[in-house]
Write a protein that binds this ligand. Structure first.
Ligand SMILES: [Zn+2]
Length: 330
């Protein structure tokens, strides 16, 4: 069962709200307390966060031991629990559609313990008990008081302005894109000489090119992204060409009496001289096999290039949309 439908199911059953943007999350007030539930992709678990302030140390101890007991009795469904910095946390394992009842039970338990031990709904950042709400800030769904939100919103818009005012250094950016792609290409050439080719090398070229473009250019722009992708694409072809040329020189070049330059001339003839295909059966089938090998290298390299390029484009669009967003959602 998709994680989003688990969250949707939980929202429907607990009368909470579900949002897909800026990140999939469930939020709302349950049994007096502000609850936020998310899915942590990297850890493959759901996390329930309840903002609640304790009125005494006994209350904290009661909460912690109740949470521990709750988790100990449900080792198969509960990952861990904690009460820290005015937040009750319960992590629930991903168990497909069985996760919904487990989440429901955990949300109920967390808020039940809060009421049982006299906790009060508070802003986890400042302890304020008034004007609590739910917000989307910088791509994250969170709950806090309106004053804390206003401060965060101001910070976010300052950051957005600073980013907008930052100049993109075009020559340095291009240099970075080329340098990054070149380092990636070097990895391609070296791994090829070692007798194999990392199929993720196309993606490595894209990654390094984009990273150095941003680092040396000062920021990431649409034009910069396109530049890095074009440079990277060219580098995929150049890398394979250089890798094979060098390989001809190191493997058979000495036997055939080929110099470094001759090896590339030889490669050019194989690749671009169609008259070579007519030089007898043995020779032409060897050429065919050689070209097939290069083609399959290119296919793998280009596939990983495409995957990385698409990921960078999606990430760029997503980041552009939510990085400096700060809005009330509930
Ligand atoms: Zn606050």
């Amino acid at each position: 069962m998709a994680n989003n439908s688990v969250l949707q199911g939980l929202a429907a059953n607990c009368r909470l709200q579900y949002v897909k943007e800026p990140e999939p999350a469930v939020f709302g007030v349950f049994d007096n307390f502000g609850v936020v539930v998310k899915y942590l992709v990297s850890e493959r678990q759901y996390i329930i966060l309840v903002s609640a302030g304790a009125t005494s140390n006994e209350a904290v101890n009661g909460m912690v031991s109740s949470l521990n007991q709750f988790a100990a009795e449900r080792k198969r469904t509960i990952n861990y629990t904690s009460y820290l910095d005015k937040v009750v946390t319960i992590s629930v394992r991903d168990m497909g559609k069985n996760t919904i009842p487990a989440l429901q039970e955990a949300v109920g338990a967390a808020t039940y313990f809060c009421n049982q031990f006299g906790f009060i709904p508070v802003c986890k950042y400042c302890g304020n008990q008034m004007d609590l709400g739910f917000f989307a800030i910088g791509g994250t769904v969170d709950t806090m008081c309106t004053q804390c939100f206003n401060r965060r919103q101001a910070e976010t818009s300052n950051m957005a302005m600073a980013e907008a005012n930052k100049q993109f250094n075009l020559p340095m950016g291009i240099l970075g894109a080329v340098l990054g792609a070149f380092i990636g290409g070097l990895i391609w050439v070296v791994t090829y000489q070692l007798g194999f080719l990392l199929f993720i090398t196309g993606a490595v070229i894209v990654f390094l090119s984009c990273m150095l473009l941003k680092k040396m250019g000062g920021k990431f722009t649409v034009g910069g992204l396109i530049t890095a992708l074009v440079v990277s694409l060219a580098m995929v072809f150049v890398s394979e060409y250089l890798a094979v040329g060098i390989n001809i020189f190191t493997q058979g070049g000495a036997e055939l009496g080929l110099s470094f330059g001759d090896s590339f001339k030889f490669l050019n003839r194989i690749l671009f001289d169609s008259s070579l295909s007519d030089v007898g059966y043995g020779m032409s089938s060897a050429i065919k096999e050689f070209k097939t090998g290069m083609t399959s290298d290119m296919i793998y390299g280009l596939m990983s290039y495409i995957v990385a390029a698409v990921l960078f484009i999606i990430n760029y669009i997503k980041e552009k949309k939510v990085k400096y967003q700060a809005v009330r959602i509930g």
